[in-house]
Structures are given as structure tokens and as C-alpha cells.
Ligand binder design. Structure first.
Ligand code: GLA
Length: 633
């Protein structure tokens, strides 16, 4: 353990038998006693299925969709959990001018044709449901689609006059959601954001009268030029319509604004899955980019709402079957970070080698583990990442990932797994079944682009409980203290295929930097209070409130203080622990440089614990550390 000796004296905390907490209704740090992250019934584990886009772009039709759906069933993939069959861009023909009803492209989807021309996808969704599958559809939050704005040379663009070509949800939210869900029977909707991004009044096509202008509220390159509040409100409006037209709650709301508008922070409160980055392409560098946009966001994923680094490209380009290591890495990593597993391959052409990867049941089981803990980065560098995921059984999974194209030697340690170093650790390689036993640490050789994927059994370091950072799926940063969003600088940059090396390259642009982190500070430093370091804990900015689900534990313990990485250092922080909305304990005001205060709080019978770190002042406050934060029996 790399912990230094504890120099300062632990301070007792005041235990308050009864206290009212902060009452002000407009105080975001006021305890609510309730879990606030999005949690409908449908996506308690990450959604799995198939989507048309990576396979066909907008060149889709009924044969391609139903062929892939049939293949899901015939190959056994459906039985392994791949159930959603999602139409992406290209399904639409136009919006009927008389009443605004959306009309499907019946020339491509013959079963959608109706004698009166109104069209209906009901026959298609009925067939999918009859096969034991679910059906997904696609729209845009603006008036126009991504195809219209960015890929207008692709097939199946909406047709007709300006109004008829306005196929997006804007101005038609209730009508469209009622049609897609109540009438047509879809189970999922992916809502893109191109229509609020790419049609400013200055756009040539707008000036030529081809489209109505939409004053952009998203600039993917600039948080400052993005209207975050407005973007969120538009998505929330869709969410309300979805609730209204799906009284059983069994639907998936998929947000697709590519990490813009600070969505990496709030997507978890609005939808069941939320894209954290630009579109993936079948290239190694872009896969790294997309992975990096979720890998430090474990606390922002929970049963019911997942980080979405985009759909799978297993089977294509750098991940085709002549690159099996890379293909397995892509799949293993997506499984570990609890990404929705949406196949982007023409499954009518499937091969046994492809099925071996996409159908790897032990790997799928990691992704679908009921505890819903996204893997936490236990080690990372530009060359190697080690992810550790805590499973419902108490076992761990570890992915040791060679990001480079050269072979590498790596070491996995007991500390990284939060297992005791002096007890046996048993690893099972989930691709080969090979078993390895070791104590302390173990060396491995990685092939270029290889991910070693293990299930690990050992003796947990915390014998009588669980560290909060071992169960990120049960910790929700309801308020993460980030008042002014900051772009995340820790993301692999690779040329976007559609930009190449024009311009001067990609800079940090996705918000979310400074958000709560497992086992590190919000800015990726080692957790430390007055020189005492913690390899375990939660790092978050002050003026934050974490919600923690408690499933029968009796004590909450932590060593708390202002983190050594603070820059302001002036403002003292008070740490408060609430149980079901009632104040249970409070630290003394903690100043930078003061030794950690030990909290030991009785949480018996409490279902929801809230951890509040409060300070004065406006704006982003200093990082604080809930060191060794744990629930104990
Ligand atoms: C955007 C999305 C993609 C896909 C296309 C369709 O780029 O991010 O996933 O849906 O639009 O045009």
C-alpha cells in the first residue's frame, strides 16, 4: 500500500442526534433523501442490441434491418442479451404538411405502407416484438436531421418542401413521441442534436431558402458558445413526453449530443444513455478517444443511466477480423465501462470469428453485471490503462489494456484490485479460460493493442464492507460542485476522419473536467490531505452533494479534508453526512493543510446517505477528499 504514515491527529466529529439540515428549497446542497439520477425500469443494465448506422449509414431498408434482426435470433446473440434493433438516420420520408404527422419511407420499408399513405411502423415493431426483440427509432432535437446538416449526399434524406423536410422533434415533441411509442410501438429513441447545431442564419443552405435557420445552441468546440441550460431543457421536454406516452416506464431515452453542452455531467439525470463524444470511426485512435471520454466518469453511470462512448465497430476497419486483438480490446473495454453494446455490423454477413467476440458470454456478463459498477481506472498512462470493475458477487474484473502498437510488459498489483497482497489472488482469463494464481503482484506481457481481461478472486482489503469507489453505480454526484464547466484535457486526440489534419487539431472541448472521481481528485491527482495520501476514496469539488445508496450497511466511515491539490486554500469546508434527509454528522470546518478528520457515522436503517461538502463563495471551489470512504457492516 502506498499510504504514508498518518501524522495528524484525528478529530472527533460532532454527532447530532437530530438536526433539521438546511431547509432552503433553492439550496442545491440541501439533502433530499432521494436518489436523483435517471432510473426508469428499462436500462437497469446497459442496453444491448444492433443499430443500422455503423453498418449501413442512412442506406437502410427493411431487408437489412430485418435480416440483422433475424441474425440476432439465429446466431444466439439475442438470447445473450442483444435485444434492441434500432433504426438510425434514414427511415423517414417527410412530415405531412396538413397535420405534422411523420411519414416513414415506405419505398424502403414496404411493411410500413398503408392505403391512405399515412404509413405505420407498427407491423415492423410487431414482428420484432414477436421475435422477442425490442425496436428503436431515431430523431433529432432540432427541426432538421444530422443527415441533412452534415451528410446530405448520403441516401434517404427527407423529401419535400422546407416544412415537410423538418423531420426533427422541435415543435412536434408530443406529437412525434406519441406516434413513435403509443402508436408505432417503439421501445427506444435516440435523439441527435444536429438541428440545433448546424443551421445558423449564415448557413448557405439557410440563405438559399432550403432550411429554416435555428440559431445554434450547441457549439461542440466551445462550451462558452453553447447554451447548456437550453439544450438540457429541450431534452427534458422529450423526457417528459416519453414518460407521458409510456406509462409503464419501459422505454429507453438515448441522448446523442456527442459530449457537447457539458452533457457528460447532466446526461445521467435526463436519459438512460448519453453519448460522451464525437462519432466513433473504425480506427484505433478514434476508439481511444471515445473510450477516454467515459473512463474517468465511473461515478456518472448507474443502473438506469449509462455513459455511451458510441456504438461498436467490432468487425470493421482496425477492428476487423484480421485484427482480432484490437477487436477483442474494443469489445472488452466497452463491456468494462458499462457502455451500451450496440452492434454496428451487417449481421447477415456474420462469421464464427465475429460471433466469438460479440457473443463472448463471460465478457457480456461483465457488462450486464447487476451491480452496475462502471470500471474504475486503477492505473493509467498514455500507453497502458488498467481498469477494475467490482461485480455483484464481490469478485472483480480487471482489464489491462495496451493502448500502443508495440508489445509491452505490465504489472498488476493486489492494491489495484483492492485485494490483500498477502492472500492468494486467482485470475481467470475471460478469453482463454486460463487460470493464474499470485500474491502481491504479477507481471504480464501484452501484445500490441491487446487487452488482458480477467475475472479476479481475492481477499478484499476492506473485510467488513465496501469502499464507495468500489461501487460507483451506487454513488451519484447529484451536485458535483462544477459551476463553470471546464473542458476535459485528458482525452486521446486523433484526427477526425472528416477533418483529417486540416486546421490546427483537436483541443479539449468536452465539459465534465473537475467532476467527481473514484480514487482520484476531480483533476486527476492522487487524493491527499495534509500529506496523507489515499489510494481509495472519492474526490470532488467542495459545494457538492453525493447520493449513496445503502443496502444494509451500519456505518459510514471516511477521512475527510480539503485536498492538497487545492489552489484557493482560503475557504474552510464543512463535511456533512445525511441519512434519508436527516443530518447525522458534521465535521469541524476543515482548512487546507489541516490533518484529515475521521468520520464514523451510524447509518443503520438508512436507505440513502448524502455526503455534503459545503464552503462559502461562488464558482468552482477547491477539491475535497472523502478518503477511504466506505460502508461497513
Ligand atoms: C450523428 C450521430 C451518429 C448517427 C448520425 C446519423 O452523427 O452521432 O451516431 O446517428 O448522426 O446521421
Amino acid at each position: 500500500m502506498k499510504r504514508r504514515s498518518y501524522m495528524g491527529a484525528a478529530l472527533a466529529v460532532m454527532l447530532l442526534a437530530s438536526a433539521s439540515g438546511v431547509a432552503a428549497a433553492d439550496d442545491p446542497l440541501a439533502a433530499t433523501g432521494r436518489w436523483s439520477a435517471y432510473s426508469r425500469v428499462a436500462a437497469q443494465t446497459p442496453p444491448m442490441g444492433w443499430n443500422s448506422w455503423n453498418a449501413f449509414t442512412s442506406d437502410l431498408d427493411e431487408d437489412k434491418v430485418m435480416g440483422s434482426a433475424q441474425a440476432l435470433v439465429d446466431t444466439g446473440l439475442a438470447a445473450k442479451g442483444y435485444r434492441y434493433v434500432n433504426l438510425d438516420d434514414g427511415w423517414w420520408l417527410k412530415r405531412r404538411e396538413s397535420d405534422g404527422r411523420m411519414i416513414a419511407r415506405a419505398a424502403r420499408f414496404p411493411s410500413a405502407a398503408t392505403p391512405d399513405g399515412a404509413t405505420s411502423f407498427r407491423p415492423l415493431t410487431d414482428r420484432l416484438h414477436g421475435m422477442g426483440l425490442k425496436a428503436g427509432i431515431y430523431s433529432d432535437i432540432g427541426r432538421n436531421s444530422c443527415g441533412q446538416v452534415f451528410t446530405s449526399t448520403f441516401p434517404n434524406q427527407p423529401e419535400g418542401n422546407v416544412a415537410e423536410r423538418e423531420v426533427g422533434l422541435h415543435g412536434h415533441v408530443d406529437q412525434d413521441i406519441a406516434l413513435y411509442f403509443a402508436e408505432w410501438g417503439f421501445d427506444l429513441i435516440k435523439v441527435d442534436g444536429c438541428g440545433v447545431r448546424g443551421l445558423p442564419p449564415s448557413d448557405k443552405r439557410v440563405q438559399a431558402g432550403q432550411y429554416r435557420a435555428f440559431e445554434p445552441i450547441i457549439d461542440i468546440d466551445s462550451l462558452g458558445r453553447t447554451d447548456i441550460v437550453k439544450v438540457r431543457e429541450l431534452y427534458e421536454e422529450v423526457g417528459r413526453a416519453l414518460d407521458k406516452h409510456n406509462p409503464d416506464g419501459d422505454f429507453v431515452f438515448s441522448l446523442c449530443i456527442w459530449g457537447s453542452a457539458d452533457v457528460r455531467s447532466w446526461g445521467k439525470d435526463v436519459g438512460a444513455m448519453s453519448r460522451t463524444s464525437e462519432d466513433i470511426s473504425p480506427t484505433w485512435g478514434r476508439m481511444l478517444h471515445n473510450l477516454d471520454t467515459v473512463s474517468r466518469r465511473a461515478l456518472y453511470a448507474h443502473p438506469g443511466s449509462w455513459n455511451d462512448p458510441d456504438m461498436l465497430f467490432v468487425g470493421k476497419g482496425d477492428f476487423d477480423l484480421s485484427h482480432p486483438e484490437a477487436a477483442r480490446s474494443h469489445f472488452a473495454l466497452w463491456a468494462m465501462v458499462n457502455a451500451p453494446l450496440l452492434i454496428g455490423y451487417d449481421l447477415r454477413q456474420t462469421t464464427p470469428a465475429l460471433l466469438e467476440i460479440l457473443g463472448a458470454k463471460d465478457v457480456i456478463a461483465l457488462n450486464q453485471d447487476p451491480a452496475g459498477n462502471q470500471a474504475v481506472l486503477a492505473y493509467d498512462s498514455d500507453d497502458v490503462s488498467i481498469f477494475v470493475k467490482s461485480l455483484a458477487s464481490g469478485d472483480k474484473a480487471a482489464a489491462i489494456f495496451n493502448r500502443t502498437s508495440a508489445p509491452l510488459e505490465v504489472v498488476l498489483t493486489a492494491e489495484q484490485l483492492k485485494f490483500l497482497a498477502k492472500a492468494d489472488i486467482d485470475l481467470t482469463n475471460l478469453w482463454t479460460g486460463e487460470q493464474v494464481r499470485f500474491q502481491g503482484e504479477r507481471k504480464f506481457k501484452l501484445e500490441p493493442r491487446q487487452t488482458l481481461l480477467f475475472r479476479a478472486k481475492g481477499t478484499r482489503r476492506l473485510a467488513d464492507g465496501v469502499f464507495l469507489s468500489e461501487q460507483p453505480g451506487a454513488v451519484n454526484p447529484a451536485v458535483d460542485g462544477v459551476v463553470t464547466p471546464i473542458a476535459d484535457p485528458m482525452i486521446h486526440r486523433a484526427p477526425l476522419p472528416w477533418h483529417g489534419t486540416r486546421g490546427f487539431g483537436e483541443r479539449p472541448r468536452y465539459g465534465g473536467w473537475g467532476g467527481a472521481q473514484a480514487d482520484r481528485t476531480p483533476f486527476d491527482q492522487e487524493l491527499a490531505i495534509a500529506g496523507r495520501t489515499f489510494d481509495t476514496g472519492v474526490g470532488v469539488l467542495a459545494n457538492s452533494r453525493l447520493e449513496v445508496r445503502n443496502t444494509g450497511f451500519r456505518r459510514f466511515t471516511a477521512s475527510v479534508g480539503v485536498d492538497d491539490s487545492a489552489v484557493d486554500k482560503a475557504r474552510p469546508v464543512t463535511f456533512q453526512v445525511y441519512g434519508d434527509g436527516k443530518l447525522l454528522a458534521r465535521s469541524k470546518p476543515a482548512k487546507w493543510g489541516q490533518a484529515p478528520q475521521d468520520l464514523d457515522v451510524d447509518v443503520s436503517g438508512v436507505r440513502l446517505i448524502e455526503l455534503v461538502a459545503r464552503t462559502s463563495g461562488q464558482g468552482n471551489a477547491d477539491p475535497v477528499t472523502w478518503g477511504d470512504a466506505a460502508l461497513r457492516r
